[in-house]
Design a protein around this ligand. Structure first.
Ligand code: NDP
Length: 338
């Protein structure tokens, strides 16, 4: 069968495309302009016509995906802005919500062969600011960020603008499916990953790390460039997952019948930035050691995520997820080559 992947040139999406192709699927990937598709074509040239790249210039125009959804058995919607430099929160919210609804509407009307739609959401839609340490599972929805942004608008924290965009997009998807239940021939699965790290396959302009996607740029700046102080490294961090494990989860989300109608946290576990700095320093001692007084065993993880629902449905165990050491080694190896 053929699978549609939106935002196919993005960091996570390229790994999803790779995993799909390796498993024998044909892939139709959408990009915003022809040049954005050329690196993708080049990367997967051995697969020939099994990868088709189509241009959807503006995903929020009506019927944007009408042609793209025709004939595919599954859709993976990843396209959404990921950055923290929006002034007006609508810079994030409009494409996040509008893009999601656009995919859903096209799938409703023209996706007659579609069996399943998978949306890349985020732990940003799960976590909620809480004065007490807390373990979050799929029952939790981050409506607090939405309220913050409603209240403060442009003055809201950048992270809340992003979190609100993802929460509103995911909420919109669930409402759409609930309202149209009788008219749609497919079901919805949502994946909620925390920070995603790992090797990079997407095009990085002029090989300049500053053109990395947001999560890998943050990784590069904190682990290699040491742009943060010791206090930050030892105290800040949430949870993480390797991009390749997340890509596999997307493909399983298409395949597992029982996944339908569910959201799944996909997380390898908590981290502080110093854990990543230490892992990198252990592999390459020329990299900065960071905060040498940091003690990982006493680090407090305020927000944790329970990923056991995905374990049950996808047959994951903790051992399925790549370790911090393995992921770090693979990233460093890649950065060295470039
Ligand atoms: P990237 O920035 O690498 O990719 C984002 C993709 O979305 C690109 O294809 C981009 O296209 C497209 N996109 C962005 N804004 C728009 C827009 N306004 N209209 C159309 N397309 C747009 O990010 P990631 O791969 O990291 O993120 C992919 C998904 O995963 C997102 O939904 C994100 O929220 C989610 N996610 C990411 C995490 C992470 O740590 N990386 C963590 C949790 C969730 P273009 O290249 O043309 O800009």
């Amino acid at each position: 069968g053929s699978v549609l992947v939106t935002g196919a040139n993005g960091y996570i999406a390229v790994w999803i495309v790779k995993t799909l192709l390796e498993q024998g699927y044909s892939v139709r990937g959408t990009v915003r302009s022809p040049p954005k598709g050329s690196h993708l074509k080049e990367t997967f040239k051995e697969y020939g016509a099994r990868l088709q790249v189509v241009v959807v210039e503006d995903m929020i125009t009506e019927g944007a995906f009408d042609e793209a959804v025709k004939g595919v058995v599954g859709i993976i919607h990843t396209a959404s802005p990921v950055h923290t430099h929006a002034d007006d929160p609508d810079e994030l919210i409009v494409p996040a919500v509008g893009g999601t609804l656009s995919v859903l509407r096209s799938a409703l009307v023209h996706g007659t062969s579609v069996k399943r739609l998978v949306i890349t959401s985020s732990c940003a839609t799960v976590v909620q600011e809480d004065p007490n340490p807390r373990v979050f599972d799929e029952e939790s929805f981050n409506d607090l960020a939405v309220k913050e942004v409603e209240l403060k608008g442009r003055e809201a924290r950048p992270i809340d603008k992003y979190r609100a965009s993802k929460t509103l997009a995911e909420r919109a998807a669930w409402s759409f499916v609930e309202e149209r239940e009788r008219d749609i021939g497919w079901d919805l699965v949502v994946l909620n990953p925390p920070w995603v790290f790992g090797p990079v396959l997407q095009h990085v302009a002029a090989n300049d790390p500053q053109n990395l996607n947001t999560s890998m740029l943050e990784w590069f700046n904190n682990v290699v460039k040491r742009k943060r102080d010791d206090e930050f490294l030892a105290s800040i961090g949430t949870a993480w997952v390797d991009v390749r494990d997340l890509a596999l989860a997307h493909v399983l989300a298409l395949q597992k019948e029982a996944a339908g109608g569910n959201r799944f946290i996909i997380s390898a576990g908590p981290y502080k930035w110093q854990d990543l700095v230490s892992a990198a320093h252990a592999i390459d001692p020329s990299l900065p050691p960071g905060n040498t007084s940091y003690e990982p065993s006493t680090a407090a993880h305020h927000a944790r995520f329970d990923a056991s629902k995905a374990d049950q449905c996808f047959g994951f165990t903790r051992a399925t997820y790549r370790s911090m050491e393995a992921t770090t080694a693979d990233i460093l190896k890649q950065f060295k080559q470039n």
